[in-house]
Design a protein around this ligand. Structure first.
Ligand SMILES: NC(=O)c1ccc[n+]([C@@H]2O[C@H](COP(=O)([O-])OP(=O)(O)OC[C@H]3O[C@@H](n4cnc5c(N)ncnc54)[C@H](O)[C@@H]3O)[C@@H](O)[C@H]2O)c1
Length: 341
């Protein structure tokens, strides 16, 4: 039977669109029918590379001409809200890159706009979909290490991230909004919601505007203490980019996610190690393999939501992560402990 595919337009054809689009193309039942970028030549290049039939440098023209089911917003953060508003007002569902907006208030406004227009909002938060992190969660939930009481979740690297994404050097708020959106979301995915939070930040690289180091200590509602550390100023013995590393201690053992996607469970009986390699895709950059593979699993989840099924990748869920990001800034600026209701 010929099932109708969901039609979407990609808004923004910069660095990440080169992975976001082929990610969608791995899935049945969805097709990219138009590409929009303010610099038309960039949209043309991407359209040619991925076989997208229509190209625009005006979002109004695109929305007037194309019959769509949703838009995928992959522009920089300041433009997410105005672009989403235009699409939502035409009744289109929204898929948006993280961070969904440049502040907590504007993130709430984005959710409100989608609600008012009765359209769905999905935030493409892909890190929790990484294969090693999914496996980690499964072992945690199996009770193999007993009751978890303490955790460290790390993203500390010296990777030259500004080479691929120069705009990151201009952000007034950098690491918490960028990688922190992912790391704090992984913490919520693994351990649930936060009760209290304390954060410190630093700027080590003097050539950028924002902070490149953040340390967040959270007491989770289940009493576990979680230390989330992130840095782009860490030259360590082993470079781990772009892996999130983790160590959880429980009443009967510990669970570690280490370099090379190795998941190690330690109990009284000893240590069992398993390597959970990401699926390989020919369009993926080997330097970002585990992240690029997770795009496909995240998009599969979003697709279920677009089709009316259950999804965990919603704007409403992601707002809780956005709140952690901005409360971390508040904590760091005022040197205070934040309590969540
Ligand atoms: N999920 C992830 O793992 C991940 C990884 C990297 C980037 N991202 C996110 O993806 C988004 C884009 O990041 P990027 O690295 O591709 O940035 P980029 O600067 O390389 O690309 C953004 C593109 O949007 C275009 N653009 C900006 N404003 C526009 C407007 N008003 N109308 C039309 N086009 C416009 C720019 O010309 C550029 O081509 C950001 O929100 C970023 O945080 C997510």
């Amino acid at each position: 039977m010929d099932v109708k595919k969901l039609r979407f337009a990609i808004f923004g054809t910069g660095f990440w669109a080169h992975f976001q689009i082929p990610g969608w193309q791995e899935l049945e039942g969805v097709e990219c029918v138009a590409a929009y970028n303010r610099t038309r030549a960039k949209a043309e290049k991407v359209a040619q590379k991925f076989g997208i039939p229509a190209v625009y440098d005006s979002q109004e023209e695109l929305l007037a001409n194309e019959a769509l089911d949703f838009v995928d917003i992959c522009t920089d953060v300041n433009t997410h809200l105005p672009l989403a508003k235009l699409a939502a007002e035409r009744g289109l569902n929204i898929v948006c890159q993280k961070p969904m907006a440049p502040s907590l208030a504007l993130s709430k406004e984005l959710l409100a706009i989608c609600k008012a227009n009765d359209v769905k909002l999905f935030v493409n938060e892909n890190f929790r979909w990484q294969a090693p992190i999914r496996k980690f969660k499964k072992i945690l939930d199996s009770g193999a290490i007993g009751t978890p009481f303490k955790a460290r979740v790390s993203f500390c690297s010296a990777f030259p991230v500004f080479d691929n994404q120069p705009f990151l050097a201009e952000l007034e708020h950098f690491i918490l909004t960028d990688i922190g959106s992912h790391v704090l979301d992984v913490c919520r995915f693994l351990f649930g919601e936060v009760q209290t939070l304390y954060c410190t930040t630093r700027r080590i690289n003097q050539n950028i505007q924002g902070e490149d180091v953040a340390n967040v200590v959270m007491k989770m509602r289940n009493d576990l203490t979680c230390f989330a550390e992130m840095s782009y100023a860490s030259r360590l013995e082993k470079e781990s980019f772009p892996q999130v590393l983790a160590l959880v201690e429980g009443s009967r053992g510990s669970l570690a996610l280490t370099h090379g996607y190795s998941v190690k469970t330690t109990t009284e009986a000893g240590t069992v190690a398993e390597v959970i390699s990401p699926k390989g895709y020919d369009w993926a950059d080997p330097e970002y393999a585990v992240v690029h593979a997770s795009i496909v699993d995240c998009q599969y989840d979003i697709l279920q939501g677009l089709l009316g099924g259950v999804t965990e990748t919603t704007g409403a869920d992601n707002l809780k992560t956005v709140e952690l990001v901005w409360k971390s800034y508040e904590s760091a600026a005022e040197d205070k402990l934040i309590r969540f209701g």
